[in-house]
Design a protein around this ligand. Structure first.
Ligand code: ADP
Ligand code: MG
Length: 698
């Protein structure tokens, strides 16, 4: 057994109860886990500030002094403890809002302390809140160093797993690991990139002896973390693109030509053409295509999907298109059936609400190859759904589908189908390189001609009258209007109430027979939804009141106003998606974000961003900053984006660089067989084993 696999309870200082805590609270089971529990910041202990030098702009710092007096201020929840800390140059305040009784009993007056913390302003005075306090005599060994600070919470602290304790454990661990930390990169890479060795880096990350060494260690460990992920993704891609057999769709036949030359409702944009060529190039080879199609809302991805499916049909295979919601699947079904009405192509739809009887017939037809195109929701992923020869699978608005579901799609088939994943909105490059780094990427970077950018306004509830006025004018111009209410699962009942109240007040303001109002929400039966959607689609109703069920995909070109209620409760990409429902025709369109008077800081940034830009790429960058990668992509649980030290928000240069290095390496040594690369393959094998099934569409 490798020393890094040693159970954590074997470490000096770790008894059974501490071992339990480490496992439960921090998922630290082994020496190796503890080793990769990295500090999240460092205190510069090489400098002791004079109290007179403190300003609120300083980072975490250290001062030395005596506490001359305590004072409690405020009542109940505002209660705080203030200690007056003095050195030769002046006096400053230390403040605690919690644990007051304990602090008062533990900290001695007129004794010299080293105090660590971040100076800030509170009530017009400079102070340090919740500082760390050390008696001077405890502390000689650590002076003149950067001290690591480990992530910790109130809970961990109260249970005895403070940053200090973890630091002590690591100090017991490191000497045991000397000469046991094998190098994972090749000597060639280390030399060329001038990186410190792995052992050096791991020691320095926990106990840096200088800022320079710390920076080197961080760089190396971040690089390594990205490098192995990229190596894995690129290797997966390489294998699929050159070794995984796929259906050869080399014929462009009647279906494609007929539609393309006779029934295409408009000329394709240059971007659409370019993307189609890339797809065509992939599917005519003998290998499986795995392609990500990125394009902003309204850029015309559906048409590309359709033409791709026709390539399968011309070669006598089946194709499927999977959408994230029932409404969207319905709409795709209607649109595509309309496009192909002059052709002998059998298109069917399968969703959760397909009746058992129909489903039975459908499944049989599917297996016998009588169905050419199957459109549907998650229902397509169920075990009973078997194709005769599925050659093209298209996943619309991908981020709604979990990675596990992507993986399932593949297993249904004897041979892997060509896969095209389409995103609802663009995603930042750092994310696509990580999450979809094993896919080839196509980008549609232009909107169909003649579109006017949507005008976006942010209004508060009090402007309701003028909004209604505006709506009436738009309806007079024969435009249609969406009004969207939030739907958040935890408060579903409340949201439902809001929606129904909103609907009732709209009906009061816009009475029959002059106005027609539709309503669609998640609690309705599928056929009722469909009926209401259809009425809006065909222009019978003027206003559609809905929850976010209409968020993705729905396409009604005549709708020119999108009103979003409680807009402060929506995420950025969701807002952008919703806005994308209008501005699809040639008319000037509007998006009105209605919020309460008071909104949080983040919500303000979201709403302002929406007002400022229509650019999906800019919006997704901002979204990433606000939410972090895991939340943004709905992958928080899956662990794909959980890096130990690297950070997708700030380390994009290292990421690009690591990908490039991995690419160059695989170009020279695709199977990592070269003796120079023995470190790499040794480290890569277990890494890949842990990740099987993750990054694969397959
Ligand atoms: P998304 O990329 O958001 O899925 P859609 O495929 O729904 O976008 O297309 C948005 C709208 O643009 C649809 O009404 C579609 O008919 C129209 N459209 C697509 N391609 C073109 C084009 N080349 N020229 C004009 N209109 C187009
Ligand atoms: Mg779409």
């Amino acid at each position: 057994m490798h020393i890094l696999s040693t159970p954590i309870e074997y470490l000096k200082g770790v008894g059974p109860s501490r071992a339990d805590l480490l496992k439960k609270e921090l998922k630290i089971f082994t020496y190796g886990d503890l080793l990769s529990h990295y500090p999240f910041r460092y205190i510069d202990k090489s400098k002791i500030y004079n109290i007179s030098e403190l300003t609120k702009d300083l980072p975490y710092i250290q001062v030395k002094g005596f506490i001359v007096r305590f004072e409690e201020k405020g009542l109940k929840r505002k209660k705080r403890l203030i200690a007056y800390l003095k050195d030769d140059t002046g006096m400053t305040e230390l403040v605690w809002f919690k644990g007051i009784r304990w602090i008062k009993s533990a900290i001695k007056l007129n004794t010299e302390y080293l105090v660590f913390g971040k100076p800030s302003f509170y009530n017009g005075k400079l102070n340090i809140a919740h500082p760390e306090m050390d008696l001077i005599e405890d502390n000689h060994e650590d002076i003149n160093k950067l001290q690591a600070v480990y992530p910790s919470t109130e809970k961990l602290n109260s249970k005895g797993l403070s940053s200090r304790v973890i630091s002590k454990l690591i100090h017991c661990l490191l000497p045991l690991l000397k000469h046991h930390l094998e190098e994972t990169l090749s000597l060639e890479i280390i030399k060329r990139l001038n990186l410190p060795s792995r052992e050096e880096s791991l020691f320095d990350i926990h106990c840096p002896s200088s800022a320079r060494r710390l920076v080197r260690a961080q760089k190396r460990l971040k690089f390594e973390e990205f490098f192995f992920l990229q190596l894995h993704l690129l290797k997966t891609q390489l294998t699929r693109n050159s070794r995984n057999k796929g259906y050869t769709l080399d014929k462009i036949g009647d279906c494609f030509n007929n539609f393309y030359h006779k029934h295409l409702p408009f000329t394709l944009t240059n971007s659409q053409k370019k993307v189609l060529k890339e797809i065509r190039n992939d599917v005519k080879k003998r290998f499986q295509m795995n392609r990500l199609l990125q394009g902003d809302v309204g850029s015309g991805k559906t048409l590309v999907a359709l033409l791709t499916m026709l390539m399968a049909i011309d070669n006598k295979y089946q194709a499927c298109l999977m959408a994230p919601t029932e409404i969207l699947a319905q709409q795709h079904f209607v649109t595509i059936s309309g496009y192909l009405k002059n052709q002998e192509i059998n298109i069917r739809i399968l969703t959760g609400s397909t009746k058992t009887k129909d489903r039975k017939v459908l499944l049989k037809d599917l297996e016998q190859g009588k169905i050419d195109i199957l459109i549907g929701t998650h229902a397509l992923l169920e075990k009973q759904v078997l194709f005769k020869n599925l050659a093209v699978a298209i996943i619309d608005e991908q981020h709604r589908f979990g990675v596990a579901q992507r993986a399932r799609l593949w297993k249904k088939n004897k041979y892997p189908p060509h896969v095209l994943v389409m995103t609802a909105t663009p995603i930042p490059r750092t994310l696509s390189m990580t999450l979809y780094g094993d896919l080839d990427v196509s980008i549609i970077d232009e909107l169909p001609p003649g579109r006017k950018p949507v005008k976006t306004m942010w209004k508060s509830n009090s402007s309701r009258l003028s909004i209604i006025d505006f709506m009436k004018k738009q309806i007079k111009l024969e435009r249609q209007i969406y009004i969207v209410f939030p739907l958040i699962e935890e408060s579903e009942k409340l949201d439902y109430k809001n929606l129904i109240e909103g609907y009732n007040s709209i009906v009061r303001e816009f009475p029959l027979p002059d106005f027609q109002v539709s309503v669609v929400h998640g609690r309705m039966k599928a056929e009722d939804k469909e009926y209401e959607m259809e009425r809006f689609l065909s222009g019978i109703t003027n206003i559609m009141v809905a929850t976010t069920v209409i968020e993705v995909g729905v396409d009604v070109p005549n709708a020119s106003v999108m009103i979003i209620e409680s807009a402060e409760r929506f995420g950025l990409s969701q807002l952008h998606q919703l806005r994308g429902r209008v501005g699809r025709g040639a008319e000037q369109s509007y998006c009105i974000l209605v919020s309460g008077d008071k909104v949080s800081n983040d919500a303000r940034i979201r709403l302002k961003t929406m007002v400022e830009t229509n650019d999906g790429f800019r919006i997704s960058e901002q979204d990433l900053k606000l939410r972090g990668p895991g939340d943004m992509m709905g992958t928080k649980q899956s662990g794909i984006l959980n890096f130990k030290i690297a950070n997708l928000l700030v380390d994009n240069k290292i990421l690009e660089f690591a990908r490039e290095q991995a690419r160059v390496l695989l170009e020279k040594d695709p199977d990592l067989e070269h003796t120079d690369n023995i470190n790499i393959i040794r480290a890569y094998r277990p890494y890949a084993r842990e990740r099987i099934g993750w990054s694969r569409i397959s």
